[in-house]
Write a protein that binds this ligand. Structure first.
Ligand SMILES: Nc1ncnc2c1ncn2[C@@H]1O[C@H](COP(=O)(O)OP(=O)(O)OP(=O)(O)O)[C@@H](O)[C@H]1O
Ligand SMILES: [Mg+2]
Length: 242
């Protein structure tokens, strides 16, 4: 996937959150890292078509994303999004959480939707949990169901915003393994994570976002092995210390 972001600005209540963000990257896995409050989630929400920038443009594989409601609605149908907490509907089973977007948004028959969902649940060792509601699942299982839901719509690419930050280490590993597997099968991913070892492993390109600006972008290994920007160097030293 080729992602081109040009001169993106976004303020909330007069406070700038993204300040002239420009980026041109190509790769299967594009990863954003950086300090809390730096604007990563805001950027991801814009890329997901969930938020309008104040100005600037976004292109995926050369196609400009038009920030009009009809075009954004169209765009959102093509993107599989997974947030920090799974956002599953609590009153629906895992299976129904996955089939709902397929039948309601993508116009699939109930039968097709269930076939797709069950295949994916089996593939990711979740079939035993198909008929449980979110409260009956572990945090890791919930998040993996949310990933299955995002994959089931056959998205052009997947967007993850800190998908493991609410999980303990073992559940985190389960979820990260699943993301590694999705990448290995050739899916395009855009990901925000604070797991730097994971970022390094999975990323084709890493961009460092702080105070609403991209301070550095490089191939994954390069940014971690030989960061150049002083803020990036300080951040990595601090975060990799423990
Ligand atoms: N809807 C909103 N209304 C007002 N301010 C917002 C809104 N969304 C984000 N912000 C502010 O924008 C700034 C950037 O937030 P954002 O969530 O994009 O950062 P982040 O890099 O994802 O941080 P974290 O690593 O903690 O998730 C923060 O100061 C936040 O308070
Ligand atoms: Mg965030």
């Amino acid at each position: 996937m080729k992602l081109e972001v040009s001169a993106l600005h976004k303020s909330f209540g007069g406070l700038p959150v993204l300040r002239n963000v420009s980026l041109e990257v190509e790769g299967r896995a594009i990863v954003f890292i950086g300090p809390s409050g730096g604007g990563k989630s805001t950027l991801l929400r814009i890329l997901a078509g969930l938020e309008h920038p104040d100005s600037g443009s976004v292109r995926f594989d050369g196609n400009e994303l038009a920030f009009r409601e009809d075009a954004l609605r169209q765009h959102r149908r093509r993107v599989g999004v997974v947030f920090q907490s799974a956002n599953l509907f609590p009153h629906l089973t895992a299976l129904d959480n996955i089939t709902l977007p397929l039948t309601r948004v993508h116009g699939e028959s109930r039968k097709n939707a269930e076939d797709t969902a069950m295949q994916l649940l089996e593939r990711f060792q979740l079939a035993d949990h198909a008929h449980k509601k979110p409260a009956q699942l572990s945090g890791g299982q919930r998040q993996r169901v949310a990933i299955v839901r995002a994959v089931a719509i056959r998205p052009a690419f997947l967007l993850f915003d800190e998908p493991t930050s609410a999980l303990d280490p073992e559940m985190t590993a389960e979820v990260l393994d699943m993301i590694v597997e999705l990448r290995a099968e050739g899916r395009d991913l855009i990901l925000v994570t604070h797991h730097l070892a994971f970022a390094r492993k999975v990323a084709d390109r890493v961009a460092f976002l702080a105070e609403g600006q991209i301070l550095e972008q490089a191939p994954g290994d390069q940014l971690f092995a030989a960061p150049r920007d002083p803020t990036v160097i300080r951040f990595l030293e601090r975060v990799l210390k423990y």
